[in-house]
Write a protein that binds this ligand. Structure first.
Ligand SMILES: [Zn+2]
Length: 381
């Protein structure tokens, strides 16, 4: 496979994976109302509101500000001993893009990180990471990775204020970035984020956990005047993280199960009716009509498009891994535990696709993940 194809595949994988950054409450608001019974419409109409209000109201947004240049650095340094040094001598492709050289604690260069965080009229929406060059021993090349986001650009001389959602997305994409930067694989085709669909979101999602750590938020969430977020607001922000998770979990799992069942069909009759099949499956699973699926079959593009075939479950599976993986740090009593951080780097971020992801996870965690931490984080246990 040519380098261009490898890069394209890597871009598509990580780009597609970036949709995981969408928070579940948005999914609830997007749900199609056409077949929802009257009682269900009531559930849906209010389902996403309180959480969005808690996170989006101007005071919360103002205090959820993270100084963009330093937003991802706390974990970077405290977890992996890495530092970021801005390289103003390197030309950039658009105004507002910044380049950082990531270095080891001893000053050795790891690679270049392009921060393209702000929106502009020619940029597509969303957030994603892509590798311009992957690290590899074969050609002795160092990595160049880009993080893209669409944060509103601040007025000249002012600090960018971002919501907690945007801060989580920033950390998410930086997790992908680290996966691309820290790889030690020999072959480019096995390097960095070129891993299986149901593993590529683990390095990014586990990194998200550090932004909601109270010590990190208190140290880095600042309003326009540089003041820290009041404790009460911080607590309500964190509490809002579990809002509506029962609804969202049922929606997500019903779509994942039907996706797999559809791919297990060995025969498709000429008069196959997707609507009837979907309704029968949901009845059998006991999914409440008021909740239904995150994506109804007629518009469920993951089924056959974008390489997700039968892997919609990967969203929830990655969340089980990231919740369980971060739990290891909580169990250690230190979210920056140096031994665990070294294991996470060595066994997950560095290995790329050079071995079975299950082996990588077990080498880091000592066992396969359970659903306990995921359910606890969602407020369901
Ligand atoms: Zn992602």
């Amino acid at each position: 496979m040519s380098d261009a194809k490898i890069r394209k595949r890597r871009y598509e994988r990580v780009h597609a994976g970036a949709t995981l950054s969408s928070r579940p409450c948005n999914g609830a608001l997007r749900a199609a109302p056409d077949r929802t019974p009257a009682a269900g419409r009531g559930v849906r109409a209010t389902a996403g509101r309180p959480r969005r209000c808690a996170l989006r109201a101007p005071p919360a947004r103002a205090h959820a500000a993270v100084r963009a240049s330093a937003g991802a650095l706390p974990g970077l340094h405290q977890l992996f001993g890495l530092t970021a040094h801005e390289r103003n001598d390197i030309p950039v492709y658009a105004d507002g893009v910044r380049v950082f050289e990531i270095r080891e604690a001893d000053g050795q260069k790891v690679g270049l990180f392009y921060a393209d965080w702000f929106g502009r009229s020619t940029k597509r929406p969303g957030a994603w990471m892509n590798s311009i060059r992957v690290p590899n021993g074969l050609l002795g090349e160092s990595p160049i990775v880009v993080n893209n986001q669409n944060i509103t650009r601040p007025a000249a001389g002012e600090r960018a204020l971002i919501s907690l959602d945007e801060a989580q997305t920033l950390f998410h994409e930086f997790g992908h970035g680290l996966h691309g930067l820290l790889s030690t694989a020999h072959y480019p085709s096995l390097s960095g984020t070129a891993v299986s669909r149901d593993f590529v979101e683990f390095p990014s999602q586990v990194y998200e956990h550090w932004i909601t750590e109270p010590t990190v938020l208190q140290a880095h969430a600042r309003n326009a005047d540089g003041e820290a977020m009041p404790t009460e607001m911080l607590e309500s922000l964190l509490k809002a993280q579990t809002f509506n998770q029962g609804f969202s979990t049922v929606q997500q799992l019903s779509s994942a199960i039907l996706d797999m069942r559809l791919h297990q069909l060995t025969e498709l009759p000429a008069d196959f009716d997707a609507g009837e099949w979907e309704a029968a499956q949901l009845r059998e699973l006991g999914v409440p009509e008021e909740i239904g699926m995150r994506h109804r079959l007629p518009h469920f593009s993951h089924i056959f498009d974008g390489g997700y075939s039968a892997s919609y479950y990967a969203y929830t599976w990655a969340e089980a891994m990231d919740a369980d993986g971060f739990d290891a740090f909580k169990e250690a009593g230190n979210v920056f535990d140096p031994e665990l951080a070294a294991k996470l780097r060595r066994e997950v971020y560095e290995v790329g696709n050079t071995r079975d992801p299950a082996e990588s996870y077990k080498a880091f965690r000592g066992r396969m993940p359970t659903a306990d931490a995921l359910l606890r984080n969602r407020g369901l246990k």
